[in-house]
Each structure stands twice: as structure tokens, then as C-alpha cells.
Write a protein that binds this ligand. Structure first.
Ligand code: GDP
Ligand code: MN
Length: 339
């Protein structure tokens, strides 16, 4: 039903009568885009980049999510950017807003403390809602239930290389679970007590820790302290069955009860990354080296000459890979890869 556009929020279904395009994408996968109405221009720019470099051939469906209703203008503009199907979903309140059991006085203290340190989004509650939603709930949204694999897109991102293969098929055929392009250090102040909580979890649930895990990516001293390395979650191509599974479900619930999404500013990126690194075989992680990508002022551009035949338009000298704050060296070292 690739031409059916269903607005779950208002329960209206309209069908587009244009001829059904023939798309190559056959994986059980979707492009997931969390956005606000005010993000429209950035959303359109990202969609254009994804369609041009990949999806015009593959035709994977787009799903846009918001805790408020998308406006008509937003929906019409988004639909005009793709021949693939588009669905707009409303996020249930319980998956978004600060829970009642969070101590608001303590949360406010936490916000003020980060503000004093000039941490970005220090006093934003909505940013914290977003991080918690992306950590624990997006994959439970009704619109995502039919799908196993997803590619996360954010406003104002750029893709630089023509992708000649299906990354969802790649994950599936190679038994990979989590794919990234940028690995980088987190702001310490946003996760002050996260590693303490993770260590508690590991002690309580040793059965979830994979014997061939990627702890070496997260810690430079065997797990005593966190080195702040994480995969940037504004780009993710991954398997939602992992997030829906027992280990991650327990992990998220455990961390959620610590309150760190609100008392500190735990990001979905370190939460996802720590889980993927601990509960999976390290060979189930995948560095999509051949996907040139930019978010804000950070870019990953393929380095090896082999990748450049894929016609990337980025400047590889600017690639974050081996610059300050990149965690790619640790990732490669862990896998005994040369770099
Ligand atoms: P950054 O990448 O960490 O600087 O954060 P962004 O501002 O890009 O937000 C991350 C993602 O969440 C983007 O896709 C945003 O559009 C989305 N987002 C952030 N805050 C909100 C919000 O309050 N409501 C909704 N619906 N989406 C949000
Ligand atoms: Mn962003």
C-alpha cells in the first residue's frame, strides 16, 4: 500500500491516485523522523538529501512523529518531497512528558546546574522529553510496529554519497544490529551519574552482558569509568527488535527510574550506544563508512579511495573520523582494525 497516506492522528485516510512507482527496497524497514511543525524547512532539506542519495530508488516509507498534531501545511509539504508513502503519527503523552514521579524541584536544580556550566539545552525540558522518547519509546509507536529496521533522520542533515546498495539488507544479511557513521565523546556534565547506574545494572543483570561485547569502546579501564564515547544517534540504521527485546527493555526501565533523563540530561545517543556495546557481540555493530553525512558542524566523509568512486561530494579533509573528540580510533582498535 505504498500510496496510502494515513494520518493516524486524525484517523483520516486519503489515497494518492498517481501511478505506483517501482521501488527496489524490499526490506522490512522505514525512515523515521521525529520533528516539530517549526522544523519544516529543515525536514524538507533532509528529506531531499535522503531521497536524492538513496530513497528515490528504494522507496522506503517515511514515518514522521510529533507530540503535537502536524499542520496541514507540514503534511502537504512533506508528502510532496517523496514518491514513497508517508505517515504522520501522534506520540502518546505517556511516551513524551516528564513523568509525575520525577521530583520537579530536583529536576529544576539539575537544569540550573547545567545552565551554570553553559551546557547546550541545559534548561530545556522538551529536549529531555525528546531524549527519553528516543531512548525508550519511539520503537513502540503504533506506526512502527510493522517494521523491524529503521533509519533515523533529523532536520538539516546532509548526505553526500550515492548509496548503491540497501543498508537494511546489509544489516540483515550480515547479522548486524546497529549501524552508525559518527562516534564521538559526550558532554560529561549531561551524564554525570549514568555510568554508575550502568555498572549497577551490569552487576544486577550479568546475564545480559554479551561475552564478546564492545566494552572497550565505552571504557578505557575495563569498565571502571566511562570514556564518554557514543554513536551519534541523529543517524542510526538499526534493528528495532533489539530495542524491543528483553535486555534493552530492562535497561531502559532501570535507567528511567534513576531519573537521569530529567535530573541530568541523559541523551538517547549514550543510552543506545551503551546498550548496543554491552548487550551485543561487537561484530553486530557496523560503521557505515561509505555513507557521507553531516549534522550541525560535524561531518563524516569516507576516507579510503575505494569509497570515493561512489561519488561523494563531501570534503574528506574535514571528516571527524581521526580528529579530536572522535571515538572512531577506539572503535577500530577494539576490532583490531588499522586506521
Ligand atoms: P540536537 O541534534 O541534539 O541538537 O537536537 P535537535 O534539535 O536536532 O533534536 C533532535 C530531534 O528531535 C530532531 O529530529 C528534532 O526535530 C526533534 N525534536 C527536538 N525537540 C522536539 C520537540 O520538542 N518535539 C518534537 N516533536 N520533536 C523534537
Ligand atoms: Mn539534530
Amino acid at each position: 500500500a505504498s500510496n496510502i497516506v494515513e494520518n493516524v492522528a486524525s484517523s483520516t485516510v486519503t489515497s494518492d491516485l498517481s501511478p505506483k512507482p517501482q521501488f527496489a527496497g524490499k526490506a522490512n524497514a522505514t525512515l523515521v523522523f521525529l520533528a516539530r511543525n517549526s522544523d519544516l524547512q529543515g525536514v524538507l532539506r533532509s528529506m531531499e538529501s535522503v531521497e536524492t542519495h538513496f530513497n528515490h530508488k528504494f522507496g522506503y516509507p517515511w514515518i514522521l512523529l510529533n507530540e503535537e498534531e502536524f499542520t496541514e501545511e507540514f503534511q502537504e509539504s512533506v508528502k510532496s518531497k517523496t514518491n514513497a508513502s508517508v505517515q504522520f503519527g501522534l506520540i502518546p503523552s505517556r511516551h513524551w512528558y516528564q513523568p509525575d514521579w520525577i521530583d520537579e524541584a530536583k529536576a529544576e536544580q539539575g537544569r540550573n546546574a547545567l545552565k551554570a556550566w553553559n551546557v547546550i539545552y541545559a534548561d530545556s525540558v522538551s529536549y529531555r522529553n525528546m531524549c527519553r522518547f528516543n531512548s525508550g519509546f519511539f520503537f513502540h509507536h503504533p506506526l512502527l510496529q510493522p517494521y523491524r529496521y529503521y533509519w533515523r533522520i533529523e532536520p538539516d542533515v546532509d548526505y553526500f554519497c550515492q548509496l548503491q546498495y540497501d543498508p537494511f539488507d546489509y544489516l540483515k544479511d550480515n547479522n548486524k544490529t546497529y549501524g552508525f557513521t559518527i562516534a564521538i565523546e559526550e558532554l560529561e556534565k549531561t551524564v554525570s551519574t549514568l555510568w554508575q547506574a550502568v555498572k549497577e545494572f551490569m552487576e544486577q543483570y550479568p546475564e545480559y552482558i554479551h561475552p564478546n561485547n564492545a566494552l572497550a569502546f565505552l571504557s578505557d579501564n575495563g569498565g571502571e569509568t566511562y570514556n564518554l564515547c557514543h554513536f551519534w544517534s541523529n543517524f542510526e540504521i538499526a534493528d528495532m527488535d533489539f530495542w524491543r527485546g528483553e535486555a534493552y527493555t530492562k535497561f531502559f526501565e532501570f535507567l528511567d527510574l534513576k531519573g537521569g533523563f530529567y535530573y541530568e540530561r541523559w541523551g538517547d545517543a549514550p543510552i543506545h550506544s551503551i546498550a548496543a556495546a554491552l548487550f551485543l557481540d561487537k561484530n553486530q555493530l557496523h560503521f557505515f563508512n561509505d555513507i557521507g553525512y553531516q549534522h550541525s558542524n560535524i561531518v563524516h566523509c569516507p576516507q579510503q579511495p575505494a569509497f570515493l568512486t561512489g561519488s561523494c561530494t563531501c570534503n574528506r579533509v574535514l571528516s571527524i573520523d581521526y580528529r579530536r573528540y572522535s571515538c572512531l580510533p577506539r572503535y577500530n582498535k577494539m576490532l583490531n582494525r588499522k586506521w
